[in-house]
Design a protein around this ligand. Sequence first.
Ligand code: ATP
Ligand code: MG
Length: 161
Amino acid sequence: MNIQFDEIQGIITQKYKSSPRGRDCTFIPLTEKWGLKLFNHKETRDLSYDRQKKCLEIGLAPEIGDKIDLPDDQYGYITEIVWCFPNIDTINDENRYLETHSISELDELKDEIEKFQDSFEENGLVEIIKNIYDLTGWNFYDDHVFNWGKKDGKWIPIDFG
Ligand SMILES: Nc1ncnc2c1ncn2[C@@H]1O[C@H](COP(=O)(O)OP(=O)(O)OP(=O)(O)O)[C@@H](O)[C@H]1O
Ligand SMILES: [Mg+2]
């Protein structure tokens, strides 16, 4: 990915507030293909990076790029953007979604999410979690819907925290 350090800082400042965020990580899209996972602790970043790398070796993770240490205790790494459900985990996320989508689009999304949850086993996700555990030793137990993405028609974890 050809993007300069100060350019990345500019994008973070510009997009931070509107970017999807979980408990540990804020995800900032940088280009069409690449994004930045940003953490408040070096250890958390390193752990996530290492797990993602191991899963990538067995074809079960998005591509991975450089680690980036930023000022103000921000630690990140570059990762490939894959398709995932827009995060509507909290009321805040839901309201943000509604800034650019209609209520009926929100309802449709909720239906899709429900379908995903209902066919969790059918889609082979239990098998994927088991494979990851057997081959890397990492138990992907935080397997909620917003921690999965789809790459080349295949479900893969996107959260390695
Ligand atoms: N590779 C990716 N491609 C596209 N979107 C992503 C990717 N990684 C993360 N995201 C988005 O950013 C959100 C937060 O990332 P992530 O799940 O890694 O953070 P977290 O803080 O560990 O979450 P949790 O609350 O589940 O612990 C994801 O739910 C997803 O919407
Ligand atoms: Mg998550």
